[in-house]
Design a protein around this ligand. Structure first.
Ligand SMILES: NC(=O)c1ccc[n+]([C@@H]2O[C@H](COP(=O)([O-])OP(=O)(O)OC[C@H]3O[C@@H](n4cnc5c(N)ncnc54)[C@H](OP(=O)(O)O)[C@@H]3O)[C@@H](O)[C@H]2O)c1
Length: 244
């Protein structure tokens, strides 16, 4: 898919990894709906940065836990720019819980934001795409679905379901829409943690370093640009999966 002039939706695009995805798409010439939830100031800053790179940005706030707000992201995008052909499901939560202590509320919230929202958004995206236009969806997942965190139980299960969703959506939406995922390893420290969190992880990796956002942008542009890849999950983990 040629990206210049295409319309993209990025969920959770205000900061951190979502911001890097927005900037990569802006550099490639896309019109972008930058979805955010509560981070208005960061969303505005990222929008200004993306516009300086040549992208056109439409800011849209929605709580992804609420299904009534989801379809509006696609509708508003189509009104602003015309049909969205790219959807990036990046927004997520990363709660700390275990199988012993997770509450029903926490479990449900994790699944609402991390699994149900990407599914409903992908459905709305697919339904709104004109038959003669190709589309592409990228889901952000985690290489640790294969080696789950003990202390991020609901997150690990929901991201594992995102891996399954990627394949199921790819076969369901072929040939018009390709669906792929990027499985991240150590990229940015979780909110509230410093660089030392990542450096401790990096020393144990085969590649002895953490990824950073540039490698995610590279993978994003590859998966969007290559029209023969679907149902693929690209691991960006510095080789972590090789040694466990
Ligand atoms: N950071 C890593 O190293 C890493 C590793 C593995 C996988 N990943 C995955 O990569 C993606 C991006 O990671 P990240 O660390 O950049 O994520 P993050 O900062 O934890 O969260 C991204 C955004 O999700 C949005 N969000 C959370 N709850 C929401 C809700 N109810 N409704 C709408 N938006 C909501 C937030 O938007 P607002 O700020 O506007 O509220 C937030 O900015 C995620 O899917 C994550 O699981 C990241």
């Amino acid at each position: 898919m040629e990206l210049k002039g295409k319309t993209a939706i990025v969920t959770g695009g205000s900061q951190r990894i979502g911001r890097a995805l927005v900037l990569a798409l802006a550099s490639a010439g896309c019109n972008i709906t930058l979805h955010y939830n509560s981070s208005v100031a960061s969303a505005q800053r990222t929008a200004a940065e993306a516009e300086a790179l040549g992208g056109r940005i439409f800011l849209h706030s929605a709580n992804l836990a609420d299904p009534s707000e989801l379809a509006g992201i696609v509708t508003a995008t189509n009104q602003e720019f015309g049909p969205a052909q790219i959807l990036i499901n990046s927004a997520a939560i990363f709660p700390k819980d275990t199988l012993r202590d997770v509450t029903l509320d926490q479990w449900s919230e994790t699944f609402r934001v991390n699994l149900r929202a990407p599914m409903l958004l992908t459905q709305a995206f697919a339904r709104s795409l004109p038959d003669d236009m190709p589309g592409a969806v990228i889901n952000l997942t985690d290489w640790r679905t294969a080696r789950p965190y003990a202390d991020h139980f609901s997150y690990s299960v929901a991201k594992g379901a995102i891996d399954a969703f990627t394949g199921a959506a790819a076969i369901s939406l072929a040939p018009q829409i390709r669906v792929n995922a990027i499985a991240l390893g150590a990229m940015l420290p979780p909110p509230g943690q410093g660089e030392e969190y990542l450096q401790a992880l990096a020393s144990n990796l085969p590649l002895q370093r953490v990824g950073g956002v540039d490698v995610i942008a590279q993978a994003l542009l590859y998966l969007l640009g290559n029209d023969f890849v679907t149902g693929e999950i690209v691991r960006l983990d510095g080789g972590a999966h090789l040694q466990y």
